[in-house]
Design a protein around this ligand. Structure first.
Ligand code: ADP
Ligand code: TYD
Length: 211
């Protein structure tokens, strides 16, 4: 792949959307072609699945159904948007990716390693080069979100669920050490953005050095 695939992960309200926009500005200023996208969503089919998943009315949704719908939305997103953009050499910035499924459905819903397996199938080998993990305790993220917007179906889960998501991320960053960059997300927006820009620049410098 010619492009660079960067994902943002972390609890709800940890600042992913804020930071992905700032990194996009930096990448554009550096002259990269940038595709910024999100999960679940990013294509018409995947956005339709997003609406199903996040509708607070769908309280009866089974956990396995939920995991398969996230994976289906992702399969379409990778095939239609992410992989073609990487083949063209773009920097792809994605707000959440398969680590979210492993943390939320695998760890917090308790569905285990099957979630990783269905997602390996969904992404067909397309994996992030860098994953920025916004490290913020679940309660702090929840408080930020509650102040800012209406809560979707997943955000309405209780703190026990969100603490399990956080623990899931703590395990993921140990398993995938080579691509995870853990960022202290309790600092100011500008301090965090500065660190993310620096880590991006370092990655690009290292990559062109090794080519
Ligand atoms: P996420 O995409 O992870 O849910 P957002 O970027 O939407 O997070 O941020 C959630 C809320 O917290 C927004 O109201 C945003 O303005 C605010 N926020 C983002 N980053 C910070 C920060 N570093 N410090 C304080 N508030 C923040
Ligand atoms: P998102 O809109 O990114 O929420 P937020 O901005 O609050 O972080 O994602 C919607 C919800 O979907 C969020 O609560 C996390 C959840 N989610 C999963 O449970 N599994 C997944 O694979 C993904 C991508 C998201």
């Amino acid at each position: 792949m010619k492009g660079i695939f960067i994902t943002f992960e972390g609890p709800d309200g940890s600042g992913k959307t804020t930071q992905i926009r700032l990194l996009r500005e930096h990448c554009l200023a550096e002259g990269y072609d940038v595709v910024m996208t999100r999960e679940p969503g990013g294509t018409p089919i995947s956005e339709a699945i997003r609406a199903l998943l996040l509708d607070p009315a769908h309280k009866e949704m089974d956990g396995v159904t939920e995991a398969l719908l996230y994976a289906a939305a992702r399969a379409q997103h990778v095939a239609e948007k992410i992989r073609p953009a990487l083949e063209k050499g773009c920097v792809v910035l994605c707000d959440r990716f398969m680590d979210s499924s492993i943390a939320y459905q695998g760890y917090a819903r308790g569905l285990g390693d099957d979630v990783r397996v269905i997602n390996e199938f969904a992404v067909q080998g397309t994996q992030p080069d860098i994953t920025f993990l916004m490290d913020l305790p679940a309660a702090a993220g929840k408080a930020r979100v509650a102040a800012a917007r209406d809560l979707d179906r997943l955000e309405q889960e209780d703190l026990t669920f969100h603490n399990a998501v956080y623990e899931g991320y703590m395990q993921l960053k140990e398993i995938y050490r080579s691509r995870f960059v853990t960022v202290d997300a309790s600092r100011s927006i500008e301090e965090i953005a500065e660190e993310i820009r620096r880590r991006f620049d370092d990655y690009v410098a290292g990559r062109s050095f090794s080519q």
